[in-house]
Design a protein around this ligand. Structure first.
Ligand SMILES: *Cc1c(COP(=O)(O)O)cnc(C)c1O
Length: 249
């Protein structure tokens, strides 16, 4: 647990270094601590150490942890199936992974039922990798306009992207630059439900390069919490369920 605080200091130092290096203000960059596979205790330790925003990529993990986590802003950063929107519509502050009209319409419907406006980002898959979700840079404009035309309970706050994995993160800078150019273009659209504020790019291995390209929201997991152990997480969840069943007998 000691490590989380120290790692956080290191990450914040690197954010500052990257911002300074390109004449930006580090205060303008939001750190989303990605807490997938991490226990509520670990997440709360990060929150005590100053984390204001956490990101999860699975609906189930949000449901599992939600009640045990201290007040914080929640980001859904992973692929979202339409049939699961209802579970998180009243829990998360922003959905980063909108990449289809089908999903946007479901979010809109659920947001309306909750009498709220949901903040979203449109996810771009800049290298068009099969393994990743998101629309191409060329398709982004059409999706943004279509959402604005038909989803009055959605507010589009910007774009999100996951770059390809590269040995040298500098190699993916052109992808980040491409997304940033599209961001600047779409930010000019005038519409009450479009308010571009966030460009969500950069993970543990490439957030400094993403900041140089203009990202103002970085999603960092392993650099804060250490390497993920999915097997251990599944075991802990199974034990927790067994305990709860025992208590409810
Ligand atoms: C897991 C994840 C991250 C964080 O990854 P790290 O490499 O651990 O920093 C960021 N964004 C998304 C969409 C993720 O699923």
């Amino acid at each position: 647990m000691e490590d989380i605080k120290k790692n956080l200091e290191t990450v914040n130092g690197k954010i500052k270094e990257a911002a300074d290096g390109c004449g930006r203000n580090a205060d303008d960059i939001i750190l989303v601590a990605v807490s997938k596979t991490r226990s509520p205790e670990e997440v709360n330790t990060a929150i005590d150490a100053g984390v204001t925003d956490i990101g999860e990529n699975k609906v189930q993990e949000i449901m599992d942890k939600y009640d045990e986590i201290k007040p914080v802003r929640w980001h859904l950063i992973g692929h979202l199936q339409t049939n699961k929107v209802k579970y998180i519509i009243d829990k998360v502050d922003m959905i980063h992974s909108v990449d289809s009209m089908k999903l946007a319409k479901e979010i809109n419907k659920r947001a309306k039922a909750h009498e709220k406006t949901m903040d979203i980002l449109v996810q771009i898959n800049p290298a068009q990798e099969e393994s990743k979700f998101g629309v191409s840079i060329d398709e982004a404009g059409d999706l943004v306009r279509e959402i604005l035309d038909s989803c009055e309970n959605i507010r589009i706050k910007g774009l999100m992207s996951v770059a390809p994995i590269a040995e040298d993160p500098r190699d993916v800078k052109p992808y980040f630059d491409g997304v940033k150019a599209k961001y600047d273009e779409l930010a000019k659209i005038e519409h009450p439900n479009l308010d571009f504020k966030y460009l969500s790019m950069g993970m543990s291995h490439d957030f400094q390069v993403a900041i140089e390209a203009g990202s103002n929201l970085v999603r960092v997991g392993s650099a804060i919490f250490g390497e993920r152990d999915y097997e251990l997480y599944r075991k802990q969840q199974a034990e927790k369920k067994a305990r709860e069943q025992e208590e409810n007998k």
